[in-house]
Ligand binder design. Structure first.
Ligand code: FA5
Length: 348
């Protein structure tokens, strides 16, 4: 067999192999075997030295043409296999755009935060400022400045988590009153503030008590503030949050920082006033404490009680939320059970 025949045979075999190759690895191996330096074509060309000077260039260009033909066939096959591979991959990753998408769970403010926001909106609309105070509070502001000196028996009304002798977890939001009064510039106008936040007490947890709960403090100091202003404000709060039908009652009470003092009850959501275990068979639920700011409190904050006076209140947003949504156990707010919390979706 002469060189030309050998080359033709290699061409035929090579093209067959290329045609029959099924994946990219196989075609690459063929390329290396056929066209590489140690491949059969190079091997055949070694015999060129025995050819005549006339024949040598003919066989040389013939072999080049075959090499080029094989290289081109490999290139085309490679391209074809690449396309097939991509098509296969796309087939696997096919997306059905008509399928419903995965549901994304949207977050929302906690139900207590919603009640607080509603109250903030009400008071911002009446020109109050919203202020906040520290949850780790000084005894000085939590008690002393509120007319509760050391050893005052009324300190027992709020069982306290002490951190040191001077530092405690605030038991109420009333210390924010004292802090704000101290710094307010009365020459610029009256003081009207509200302050929401967390408070802590060594209360035993039950259906209506939590050791950590929320309060929403309010304070107005001006020259001619009366008890009627306080009552009107409380009625407005109750109507805004609970609606016109809800009844409220003011009961005389005692707080060291207000005189006179009242406690405000609303009709029990569970029994509607008949008496049940939630309201301890009174028909009423206590939701806030309030009163006219005690002259001692004004004096300690540097405000002249002969000129200025005012009212203050501290309400429990947890109790408000219980009443508003008929929830019979305060502990639900703190268990972080999403089945419970997701019911209170804020709309609009
Ligand atoms: C006070 O804390 C006073 N600082 C309120 C006040 C402010 C009076 C300004 C006068 C002037 P009292 O301890 O009653 O008051 O608490 C106020 C409200 O917090 C209660 O009416 C109730 O709604 C809520 N509250 C009290 N203890 C708890 C508790 N353990 N769990 C949930 N809510 C509570």
């Amino acid at each position: 067999m002469d060189l030309k025949e050998k080359l033709l045979e290699l061409q035929e075999k090579g093209l067959k192999q290329i045609r029959e190759s099924e994946d990219l690895k196989q075609i690459n191996d063929i390329r290396v075997n056929l066209l590489g330096k140690k491949g059969p074509i190079t091997e055949v060309l070694r015999g060129m030295k025995d050819l005549s000077a006339e024949e040598r260039p003919k066989i040389g260009s013939f072999s080049n043409a075959i090499k080029n033909e094989l290289a081109e066939a490999i290139r085309l096959k490679n391209e074809e296999l690449e396309i097939k591979k991509t098509a296969k991959k796309l087939e696997k990753e096919k997306i059905d755009v008509t399928l419903p998408g995965a549901q994304i769970q949207l977050g929302q403010p906690h139900v207590i935060a919603q009640v607080i926001e509603e109250l903030e909106d009400l008071f911002l609309g009446m020109g109050y400022q919203v202020v906040s105070g520290p949850e780790i509070e000084e005894d000085h502001y939590n008690f002393e400045m509120l007319n509760l000196p050391a050893d005052h028996p009324a300190r027992d009304m709020q069982d306290t988590f002490y951190i040191t002798k001077e530092l405690l977890m605030r038991t109420q939001t009333s210390p924010v009153q004292a802090r704000t009064m101290e710094t307010h510039d009365f020459s610029k106008g009256p003081l009207k503030m509200v302050s929401p936040g967390k408070v802590y007490r060594r209360d035993t947890d039950d259906a209506t008590h939590s050791h950590q709960f929320h309060q929403f403090e309010g304070l107005v100091i001006d020259k001619h503030v009366t008890m009627a202003d306080l009552k009107g404000t409380i009625e407005l709060i109750a109507k805004t949050v609970f609606g016109e039908e809800q009844e409220i009652r003011l009961r005389p009470s005692y707080f060291p920082f207000t005189e006179p003092s009242v406690e405000v009850d609303v009709t029990c959501f569970k029994c509607h006033g008949k008496g049940c275990s939630i309201c301890k068979y009174t028909g009423w639920l206590e939701v806030l404490g309030a009163g006219m700011v005690h002259p001692n409190v004004l004096r300690m904050a540097g405000v002249d009680p002969e000129v200025y006076g005012g009212f203050a209140f501290g309400l429990g947003p947890d109790r408000f939320a219980m009443l508003k949504y008929s929830i019979d156990d305060i502990r639900n707010f703190y268990l972080n059970d999403n089945r419970f919390l997701s019911q209170f979706t804020k709309r609009g």
